[in-house]
Ligand binder design. Structure first.
Ligand SMILES: C[S@@+](CC[C@H](N)C(=O)[O-])C[C@H]1O[C@@H](n2cnc3c(N)ncnc32)[C@H](O)[C@@H]1O
Length: 210
């Protein structure tokens, strides 16, 4: 591809969406997810911006349910340079959450038996965010996907992941537009620089070092 054309595609942020990896990952993820294709495109685009900017660290998800967006995060990790050094950390209370969105064993089977997630690189942590993050704390975080609602849960989760955010990490809050508790927890911690995407998603970037 001529360099000028490639540069134009990159500058329009279209490159990650043109990749067959992306479409394959979305098709697979959508079978197990409540997140729309458009919102998945935005997740992919932001993970890709992190890779392009050289942000180091793992991918972390608070709220995994049936494992759809978890598959997307792992497909991105494996699809880009440096993926072997990254890990994916997935936190959810599964059966302990009311109402139950998904059973731990079903999600474990989906990720590790029916998909090709590497158990050395993908960690499915069962428990409420405060317990899960305290017992299995993440390493530096390059990308955070918060897909849960409720003020207390989201606040507890954010407080525990905040110190681990790499400078320049992207944070996506999938329930921001539809869950008052999530919105309040985010607004208290992100007083400015929050972008909206569609009706429900909001995202921001962790402060870069001066
Ligand atoms: C909207 S679903 C996640 C959707 C998923 N990312 C997808 O691709 O469809 C929200 C999940 O967050 C979990 N959850 C909500 N609050 C939680 C908390 N405080 N601790 C742990 N898990 C929680 C629920 O069990 C549920 O599975």
């Amino acid at each position: 591809m001529p360099a000028m054309l490639e540069e134009r595609i990159i500058s329009r942020r279209l490159l990650p969406l043109l990749k067959p990896t992306f479409w394959r990952a979305v098709r697979r993820a959508q079978k197990h997810s409540m997140v729309s294709k458009r919102r998945m495109q935005n997740l992919w685009r932001l993970m890709w911006r992190g890779v392009r900017a050289g942000v180091s660290g793992d991918y972390v998800e608070l709220g995994t349910a049936r494992g759809g967006t978890a598959l997307l995060l792992d497909a991105h990790r494996r699809g880009f340079p440096g993926g072997a050094e990254r890990q994916v950390w997935l936190y959810d209370a599964f059966e302990d959450f009311e109402p139950c969105f998904a059973r731990y064993e079903d999600v474990r089977r989906l990720l590790f038996d029916e998909s090709d997630c590497d158990p050395e690189a993908v960690h499915l942590v069962r428990g409420f965010f405060d317990k899960g993050l305290a017992t299995r704390p993440p390493r530096p975080i390059a990308f955070l996907h918060v897909d849960a609602g409720g003020y207390e849960g989201v606040s507890a989760g954010l407080d525990l992941v905040w110190p681990h955010l790499s400078p320049g990490a992207w944070l996506v809050f999938d329930n921001y537009g539809v869950d008052e508790g999530c919105r309040r927890a985010v607004d208290e911690r992100v007083p400015s620089g929050l972008h909206r995407f569609g009706h429900t998603q909001a995202y921001t970037m962790a402060a870069r070092e001066p």
